[in-house]
Design a protein around this ligand. Structure first.
Ligand code: DGJ
Length: 378
């Protein structure tokens, strides 16, 4: 292979950059890993094991097709959150056309949790079938004995077939599924959605599960949050003790409020959620909510962003994916989000900002550059 002098200089420059240790966050800038490549882990999920952070995310490629899974789920590790080592592909898609995990399917927002009893790493992710757009609305499961993988694909499901949410009133269970009656958008349509017309439609075959996150509580119970009912209503589902299935106990929360991109954290016994509205890859105003239990009820706290009108209307041009507690620092949480680039998905950027609390309400402000000392003396 012939390498021009410009190519060689660019490679030397990247190698030089990758050796320079970072000591701060620069939201929205290119973020190079230990190999000098922009980190490729979008819609990320994070896991802490001992003194190490693991970052799992969607591996994207260049060009408009780059949002489909051509490679799989990436994993990176770090001890300081600024400098990340590329640990390779945790979950690989493959060429078998009979597998749901074939190249060209959609894998989004992978999240990994660790089960102390079974000693298994458990990954759940939003999974769509190849060439079927976003119709399947399934959640996928993969497991591994090692944090960085390889993960073995187990299954993808529409959860809760034949099961009602625990907070769904008996009086609504036999209401007709009369979607053709309503013009969209109209107050009647909205009322039908809040009443659970999509929930009833999907009762037999299982519910939709698109944007998702996992949350493990202090008692070890794990919860699977996902956008369901045509993205109109969130479902919060308890996982089984081994985290490999749904226990069957689930609730509908923030009915009809169109929440995507949920990210959960806990402070002083309260559970907080950051999420977004529903505008595809385009950003929209952030949303926050609080609850006394992961399964709700959740109370809306409004837009958590404080800043210019544009910043508030776009969540600083990003969409939430995770909120990470910082090891060894009290009440220190990092809001993590994606600045998507649908024309060239591999160039999506990461927006990390410190979570601040105004009178115990979580808020976000923009910082061009910041570091973990932000949390000292708070
Ligand atoms: C917004 C979601 O949050 C993303 O994960 C992705 O599904 C896009 N919609 C697709 O338009």
């Amino acid at each position: 292979m012939y390498l021009s002098i410009q190519n060689i200089l660019a490679m030397v420059f990247l190698i030089f950059l990758s050796q320079v240790k970072s000591n701060h966050f620069s939201p929205g800038e290119l973020w190079l890993d230990d190999k000098g490549m922009h980190i490729n882990a979008h819609g990320g999920g994070f896991l802490i094991q001992g003194d190490t952070y693991y970052w799992f995310g969607e591996h994207k490629i260049e060009g408009k097709e780059g949002n489909k899974a051509q490679v799989g789920v990436s994993v990176y590790s770090s001890k300081d959150l600024y400098n990340w080592k590329n640990e390779g592909i945790a979950l690989e898609v493959h060429d078998d056309p009979n597998s749901l995990l074939v190249k060209g399917c959609i894998i989004e927002r992978p999240k990994v949790i660790y089960n102390k009893n079974t000693k298994k790493y458990v990954m759940w992710f939003h999974h769509e079938i190849k060439d079927r757009g976003y119709d399947a609305a399934m959640t996928g499961l993969a497991t591994s004995d090692h944090v960085t993988g390889p993960y073995t694909y187990i299954k993808s499901v529409n959860p809760h077939a034949g099961l009602w949410p625990s907070n769904y009133p008996d009086s609504l269970k036999s209401k007709p599924v009369d979607l053709e009656k309503y013009k969209r958008p109209s107050q009647e349509w909205k009322d039908a959605v809040v009443d659970g017309v999509f929930l009833r439609r999907d009762f037999e075959k299982g519910q939709m599960a698109r944007d998702m996150t996992l949350y493990v509580d202090d008692d070890g119970k794990a919860y699977h949050f996902h956008s369901s009912e045509n993205n109109q209503t969130l479902h919060v589902a308890e996982l089984t003790e081994d985290y490999l299935d749904f226990s069957g106990n689930y609730t509908r929360v923030l009915h009809g409020e169109q929440n995507e991109a949920p990210a959960i954290f806990k402070k002083d016994g309260k559970y907080y959620m950051f999420s977004s509205g529903l505008t595809g890859w385009k950003p929209n105003p952030g949303k926050s909510a609080v609850a006394d239990h992961p399964m709700g009820p959740w109370t809306s706290l409004g837009n958590m962003c404080v800043g210019t009108e544009e910043e508030m209307n776009t969540t600083f041009w990003s969409q939430s994916t995770y909120v990470l507690p910082v090891i060894g620092k009290k009440d220190a949480f990092i809001f993590m989000a994606d600045r998507w680039n649908p024309d060239n998905p591999i160039d999506g950027r990461y927006i990390w900002l410190p979570v601040e609390f105004d009178n115990s309400t979580p808020v976000l402000r923009w910082y061009d550059q910041w570091d973990l000392s932000f949390f000292d003396n708070k």
